[in-house]
Design a protein around this ligand. Structure first.
Ligand SMILES: [Fe+2]
Ligand SMILES: [Fe+2]
Length: 217
C-alpha cells in the first residue's frame, strides 16, 4: 500500500537506515545497502547518512515556512489564514518529520549511541528528545485547529503564538542536530557501523525527501 505522500514501505526498506537497524550486527551494518542500476532503472548514487538527514531537515524547514507565514497572516486578520495548507503541512510534519525522521531515524539510531556515550552530547540529546515530544503536542494542537475548518476568535492569538514558538524551537533544534549532534554521532559510532551510503536512482531521484518536497503546500 502506498503512503499518502507517495513513498511506499518498500522504498523505505531500501534505505540505508534499514542497515542501521542491524547496528549490533557489524557484519550487516558494515555493508552498505546498495541498489544496482538495474534495480533502480538508472545510475547508482550514494548519499552519506548525515547529508540525508540534513536534506530531510530541509523538507521540514519548508513546513516551518508555512507555519511562519500563517503566524504572520494571523497578525493581519484570521480571514486570510491558509487553513487548508496549514492542515496539510501538519499532516506532512506528523508523518514525515515526526513518525519517520524523528522516531524511525533519530530516536532509533542517532540518539542511542550518544546517550550511551554520556557527556555533553547525551545531555543535548535528552533536550532534543524532549523537543520531539513537545513538537508532537503542538502538531496535535495545530491539526485540531485545522479540523474545525475555521479559526474562531478565541483560537487566533494562541495559534499564532504556538506557530511562532514552534518555528523558533525547531529551527534551533535542526541547527543543533546539523552542526553538533549528527557530526558527534558519526564520530561516536565506528566507521564500520556508519552507513556510508544510500543508493538510489539518480535519474528518478525519487527518494523520500524529494517526494515529500513535491507534496509541500
Ligand atoms: Fe530531532
Ligand atoms: Fe532532525
Amino acid at each position: 500500500m502506498s503512503h499518502s505522500f507517495g513513498y511506499s514501505p518498500a522504498s523505505l526498506a531500501r534505505r540505508h537506515w534499514i542497515a542501521l537497524a542491524g547496528l549490533a550486527t557489524v557484519a550487516v551494518a558494515s555493508k552498505p545497502l546498495r541498489l544496482s542500476a538495474a534495480e533502480t532503472g538508472g545510475e547508482e548514487m550514494e548519499v552519506p547518512a548525515v547529508e540525508d538527514l540534513m536534506r530531510e531537515h530541509g523538507i521540514m524547514r519548508r513546513a516551518l515556512l508555512v507555519y511562519a507565514e500563517t503566524a504572520s497572516r494571523l497578525s493581519a486578520g484570521k480571514e486570510s489564514i491558509p487553513l487548508d495548507a496549514l492542515g496539510r503541512t501538519a499532516v506532512l510534519f506528523r508523518q514525515f518529520g515526526e513518525d519517520y525522521h524523528e522516531r524511525s531515524l533519530e530516536e532509533q539510531h542517532v540518539f542511542p549511541p550518544l546517550l550511551e556515550a554520556g557527556g555533553p552530547h547525551a545531555s543535548l540529546v535528552k533536550t532534543l528528545a524532549a523537543q520531539h515530544q513537545r513538537g508532537r503536542q503542538i502538531t496535535d494542537y495545530i491539526s485540531a485547529i485545522t479540523r474545525k475548518r475555521r479559526v474562531v476568535d478565541a483560537d487566533a492569538a494562541p495559534l499564532g503564538k504556538v506557530l511562532t514558538s514552534f518555528v523558533r524551537m525547531y529551527e534551533h533544534h535542526a541547527a543543533i542536530e546539523d552542526t553538533i549532534v549528527f557530526p558527534a554521532w558519526k564520530e561516536t559510532i565506528s566507521s564500520s557501523q556508519y552507513p556510508s551510503s544510500r543508493s538510489s536512482s539518480r535519474s528518478s531521484n525519487t527518494n523520500c525527501s524529494a517526494r515529500m518536497a513535491s507534496r509541500m503546500p
